[in-house]
Design a protein around this ligand. Structure first.
Ligand code: OAK
Length: 804
């Protein structure tokens, strides 16, 4: 395995790097420079293994998977990579000799925020697991110059600042200029008879954007595998610009240059919503085309005939954002490799598999045909033909039934329907939790399910226990290893061995100590870095995720306000002190979500200013929730708030991170909560609220009136008084009452309050609480992304591990 053999060797290399990179001796280095030096050293250290991994894959012609995702929410890499090389302790000790504390170095790394939330973080967990399992799998995405915005809270309100994460460079990447490819936009495409009379496509007068790859090594966990995350940057080409200048069109030339560079400039800040902007469509085609061209080039060099592409290559699309991979592969196979439509279609559908990540209708991607056609004329011709052939098959089976065609058409209503394209053009369609996968079959993608039942399957999400337990919570990791040994590190399902220790008083006591320690670490951090004071002896009740109405941060804060009012009326009320922690970004254009942040901050202030409540309650909204802040929060949580309207949260993954860290789930029967509940039972989780089928029935049949609840429930009426505090909140009140509470906040209010009381009741029983905590940790192994990825490899990709 790659290592620095001794501390002496590490120190020698470190001194050399300091000289080469910064012309400084060790004493003169800043913390940031130390970070950059170590990152560069790790990159050097693994370079042989990286080359070796490539060589073995190519030499053995192993089957490989490419995971296409428009987001990879990586989080910091230094700690992860040190852990993966088993070099953390050596590095720590060497730095100590130089007078540095490794813990001061980690925060110097900016969070690569190349993602919004769940979908992007899942992609990051998945490439980590592929490398850990020694699977030949690589990521493909965009090297955004600006990641997800930096969130500031000013006067209780969210303000978005640009996230210039690349300001000081990104030491993990290697630019591969020689591997650049060109991507075509615009122009005209048409078919004309070629040699022998067969139709061939002519595409002319297009603009060319250069795609330059930056490769990031993805290290396996203490093995020698180094896979690749390839991030594409967009550049203009001189040829294209000079071409325009030759005709004297300066305006057009500059416009081209500007637009080309814009493509990889910023990440769209929407989570689970669709924004039909031209630049976004350009981003989607850009990384898909660049990625696929480079895969094909590499494939032909090392593997051979494009006719066998699907035997060796699996292409996975993370939601529909990369779904243009389907027509793009058709284009390459037909236009560049000269294959027939039929052969190309077989190869394409055999290669591509699709994961759906949401059933929210507002997230389904649809592109206007005129815009699509103008931007991607050749790709449009292919999509048009895919659609024509597909509808022909539908017509044959259901002659004369227009509605059948409408339901499944790819082109309809002057729009390109990307989910339809993704299903028709792939061999596998999966949801991300059991419940979600069922809903896809019976609702969202129902007409497709009747056509292709064999394509549909479930792959419940997972998270990498290396980052979310081992790296984030070393205290708990040590306790687990002391108790059941280390096997679980490589085989997380073996955490089950911990379950009996829930009945062991000595173990529970140590677990309680660990939790207490983690709460103190968080409190100290927030005090030092953010001037926030927490009571580490209160219950830490945490809801951290993107701000969204369906996730119901509103339900949480209305309950807090309800408690506050109770305390004001009855200051002697006997409740355990509770700290409610919120964190999450709202899309800049999502008004209600932003107002909810304001509401949380308003309630926080009300409580702080009233000693009757402040003794028992505390609310904090943490600015700029991101991966690295998450790593401090999950270990400190007692209660995991997973309270989405049932059926709306496809899976959730924060729920799993809490579980690994021994928090108790307070949740609805939604997404993967259902499976968490299935693992630990009623005894070790607290479930409340409408079930998914009830929610669906209300949507279909009506029968819910939020006004009725308001009129009949005094607690609800009183809770809503907080919305009269500020005219801004009128919008929320309207959503709850005049717009009949789309997300059943009022309907579930009573049951949520009761569930919160149940949490308190259980917390008073310390023995029972830590037994539950133990059971949750013991059963969390099932939610490791290693399990998920092994299922993808076995059941979708047909992929074997390769020893390096
Ligand atoms: C983002 C953009 C478009 C569509 C879906 C998303 C998204 O982030 N969905 C989330 O994916 C996670 C990973 O599968 C799930 O855990 C979340 O429930 C889901 O909302």
């Amino acid at each position: 395995m790659r290592t620095w053999k001794t501390k002496k060797e590490f120190k020698k290399l470190f001194i050399e790097k300091a000289e080469v990179l910064f012309e400084k001796n060790v004493k003169e280095l800043s913390h940031r420079e130390v970070y950059q030096i170590i990152a560069t050293m790790i990159k050097d250290l693994v370079s042989d293994d990286w080359i070796q991994t490539e060589k073995i894959y190519n030499h053995k012609r192993v089957r490989q998977v490419y995971y296409f995702s428009i987001e990879f929410l990586l989080g910091r890499l230094l700690n992860t990579n040190l852990l993966n090389c088993d070099m953390e302790e050596l590095c720590r000790s060497a730095l100590q000799d130089f007078g540095f504390d490794l813990e001061d170095i980690f925060p110097e790394e900016p969070d690569p925020g190349l993602g919004n939330g769940g979908l992007g973080r899942l992609a990051a967990c998945y490439i980590d697991s592929m490398a850990a399992l020694q699977l030949p799998g690589h990521g493909c995405s965009i090297r955004y110059q600006y990641g997800l915005f930096d969130q500031r809270i000013i006067d209780g309100q969210q303000v978005e600042l640009p996230d210039a994460w690349l300001r000081n460079g990104f030491p993990w990447e290697i630019k591969k200029s020689d591997k650049a490819v060109d991507v075509r936009f615009g122009g005209h495409a048409y078919m004309r008879p070629g040699k022998g009379g067969a139709l061939v496509c002519v595409h002319e007068q297009y603009n060319t954007v250069r795609a330059v790859p930056y490769d990031v090594p993805v290290l396996g966990y203490q093995n020698r595998t180094v896979n690749t995350l390839r991030l594409w940057k967009a550049e203009y080409t001189r040829e294209n610009m000079y071409g325009q200048l030759r005709y004297g069109d300066y305006r057009k030339a500059l416009q081209y240059k500007d637009q080309a560079q814009q493509i990889s400039r910023f990440l769209y800040p929407n989570d689970s919503t669709y924004e039909g902007r031209k630049l976004r469509l350009m981003q989607e085609y850009f990384f898909v085309s660049a990625g696929l061209q480079s895969i094909m080039r590499h494939y032909k060099k090392h593997y051979g005939s494009p006719k066998l592409f699907d035997r060796y290559i699996a292409l996975h699309i993370n939601d529909t954002h990369p779904a243009l991979i389907i027509p793009e592969l058709m284009r390459i196979l037909m236009d560049e490799e000269g294959l027939s439509w039929e052969d190309s279609w077989r190869i394409t559908t055999n290669s591509v598999a699709y994961t759906n990540h949401t059933i929210l209708p507002e997230a389904l991607e649809r592109w206007s045909i005129p815009m699509f056609q103008e931007l991607l004329p050749r790709i449009f011709l292919i999509v048009d033909e895919i659609n024509r052939r597909w509808l022909e098959a539908v017509q044959q089976r259901f002659p004369g039934q227009e509605d059948k065609a409408r339901e499944v058409a790819i082109l309809w209503n002057n729009q390109v329907h990307m989910a339809s394209l993704a299903v028709v053009g792939s061999h596998s369609v999966n949801g991300v939790a059991k419940l979600h996968s069922e809903i896809l079959k019976i609702n969202t993608l129902k007409p497709f399910y009747t056509w292709f039942p064999e394509r549909f399957n479930n792959k419940t999400n997972g998270v990498t226990h290396r980052r979310w337990l081992i790296e984030s919570n070393p205290q708990l990791t040590e306790l687990i290893c002391d108790t059941i040994g280390k096997d679980w590190v490589h085989a997380p399902e073996k955490l089950l061995a911990l379950e009996p220790f829930g009945n062991d008083a000595a173990f529970r006591e140590r677990l309680a100590e660990v939790k207490q320690k983690r709460k103190e670490i968080l409190a100290e951090y927030l005090h030092k870095e953010r001037n926030i004071t927490l009571n580490p002896h209160s219950i830490f009740d945490i809801q951290i995720k993107r701000m969204h109405m369906y996730k119901r941060q509103l339900l949480n804060i209305l309950h807090v306000y309800h408690l506050y009012r109770q305390l004001v009326e009855n200051p002697g009320m006997d409740i355990i002190p509770r700290t409610f922690i919120f964190g999450g970004k709202a899309a800049a254009s999502y008004g209600e979500a932003k107002i909810t942040i304001q509401l949380i901050n308003t309630v926080a202030r009300l409580i702080d200013q009233d000693y009757r409540a402040a003794r028992k309650l505390k609310v904090v909204f943490l600015e700029n929730y991101n991966v690295s802040l998450g790593q401090k929060l999950f270990p400190a949580a007692d209660v995991s708030e997973q309270i989405s309207t049932a059926s709306k949260e496809a899976s959730g993954t924060g729920n799993m991170k809490f579980m690994f860290n021994g928090a108790i789930t307070l949740g609805t029967m939604d997404g993967a909560n259902v499976e968490i509940h299935q693992e630990v039972g009623d005894e070790h989780s607290v479930i409340f609220g409408l079930r998914a089928d009830e929610v669906q029935r209300y949507y279909q049949e009506g029968g819910y009136s939020s006004w009725d609840i308001y009129n009949s429930d005094a607690d609800v009426r009183r809770a809503l008084e907080v919305l009269e505090e500020n005219p801004m909140f009128g919008q929320l009140r309207e959503a709850l009452l005049d717009r009949n509470d789309e997300f059943f906040v009022l309907k579930d209010f009573k049951s949520y309050c009761a569930a919160q009381q149940e949490i308190e009741r259980r917390y008073r029983d310390t023995e029972g609480w830590f037994r539950s905590s133990t059971v949750n940790i013991a059963h969390a192994g099932h939610f490791s992304s290693d399990r998920s990825i092994q299922e993808y490899a076995d059941e979708i990709w047909n992929l074997d591990a390769v020893k390096i």
